[in-house]
Design a binder for this molecule. Structure first.
Ligand code: DQA
Length: 142
């Protein structure tokens, strides 16, 4: 089983970016933990972060070719803006879970809408970095 974890814009700054909202763990900490969990289950986990919408689209398209079984995606701000990411995910028809560190529903109204949710297997929001781990365990079990 091969799981792809996609991180959108500004998530490279985790650890120092608004730590009261997003926590103190760095992206590298999160990716390493996911890698460890996947390896323990005999699976593979590949992580990719980009600040560029088109690069994320390219990576989703490549996921088919790479035989990715499941995608975990925190599209960050693109969650609320990107028809292109939605179309890419629908286009490859690989099951995915939408992850947010913060509880987007108790924040500004513009964060309440997601272009991805109705295509997702599920959504995890507000559990911090644990949300990625929960999503990964689900993916590994399914
Ligand atoms: C986020 C929530 C988004 O609204 C925001 O733009 C982010 C991160 C989260 O993980 O809580 O960059 O996806």
């Amino acid at each position: 089983q091969h799981i792809l974890v996609l991180h959108g814009p500004n998530l490279n700054l985790l650890g120092t970016r608004e730590p009261e909202v997003y926590g103190r763990r760095t992206l590298n900490d999160i990716n390493q933990r996911l890698q460890q969990l996947a390896t323990e289950s005999g699976a593979r986990c590949t992580a990719f972060q980009s600040n560029h919408e088109g690069e994320l689209v390219d990576r989703i398209q490549a996921a088919s070719r790479d035989h990715i079984d499941f995608i975990l995606i925190n599209a960050a701000a693109y969650t609320h803006t990107s028809v292109a990411l939605r179309d890419a995910l629908a286009g490859v028809s690989i099951p995915f879970i939408e992850v947010h560190l913060s509880n987007v529903h108790k924040r500004e109204p513009f964060r309440h809408h997601s272009f991805l949710t109705d295509k997702a297997v599920g959504v995890v929001a507000g559990l911090g970095s644990f949300g990625y781990e929960a999503a990964l365990l689900y993916a590994l079990a399914n």
